[in-house]
Design a protein around this ligand. Structure first.
Ligand SMILES: [Zn+2]
Length: 219
């Protein structure tokens, strides 16, 4: 059985949930009615912890694949052309950067220009799907003069068809890779948002716990 891999967000949530659990003290001084409420809240926190742990367990295999892919990408030499001086290099990335399009690209260093430059496509599978979709849509877009981007770039229909097919293949391969590994990036983030919303509730409940433990009225 492989060790469950938690994301930093999950770890943070688990820490918070444990913290809130620690705030619930049920002892002899706790009035019976409040005791029931506190127990209910304790059960709820425990359920959240179980949900996050189960989710992480379910996604551990996929996360390991993604990590391996990431390590491979960082350490594999690629032939890259510097966009400034057009020199071709076989190199490994020196860093990564999120550009204005919200996608993450590797950065390379040209020792002729003494400058970093970015790769012309993203360095990870989820971003690559978005990139391919945008690129395909963009080629058909009209630019100034009423021509499409394809026409202005002087790409023939044959080249266009090839390029489109290549991009569709990249997109489909990546999508298949993602679904085969039961990953819905969106599902992951909405799941986290749900838990996060709950936690905001718990944060607000802090005073409430203390109040209940001190024999105050439930509200
Ligand atoms: Zn250069």
């Amino acid at each position: 059985m492989e060790e469950t891999k938690f994301t930093s967000q999950e770890n943070e949530l688990l820490e918070l949930l444990t913290y809130f659990k620690g705030m619930i003290v049920i002892d002899d001084a706790t009035p019976l009615y409040n005791r029931l409420i506190l127990q209910e809240e304790m059960d709820h926190l425990n359920n959240q912890i179980t949900d996050i742990t189960d989710f992480a367990k379910e996604h551990t295999a996929f996360r390991n694949i993604m990590d391996a892919e990431r390590i491979k990408n960082w350490t594999t030499r690629k032939t890259i052309e510097c966009p400034h001086c057009k020199t071709e290099y076989s190199m490994i990335p020196v860093g990564e950067i999120m550009l204005d399009d919200g996608l993450t690209y590797f950065q390379y260093y040209c020792d002729r220009c003494f400058m970093n430059f970015e790769a012309n496509q993203p360095n990870n599978t989820p971003d690559m799907i978005v990139f391919s979709e945008r690129y395909l849509a963009d080629l058909g877009n009209k630019v100034s003069g009423g021509k499409t981007k394809q026409e202005t770039l002087g790409i023939t229909n044959d080249q266009m068809r090839q390029k489109r097919q290549a991009l569709i293949n990249i997109k489909e391969t990546n999508k298949k890779f993602m679904t085969d590994n039961h990953l819905a990036v969106e599902a992951n983030s909405s799941f986290m948002e749900e838990i996060m919303a709950e936690l905001i509730h718990w944060r607000e409940a802090k005073a409430h716990f203390i109040n209940l433990q001190q024999g105050g009225q439930a509200n």
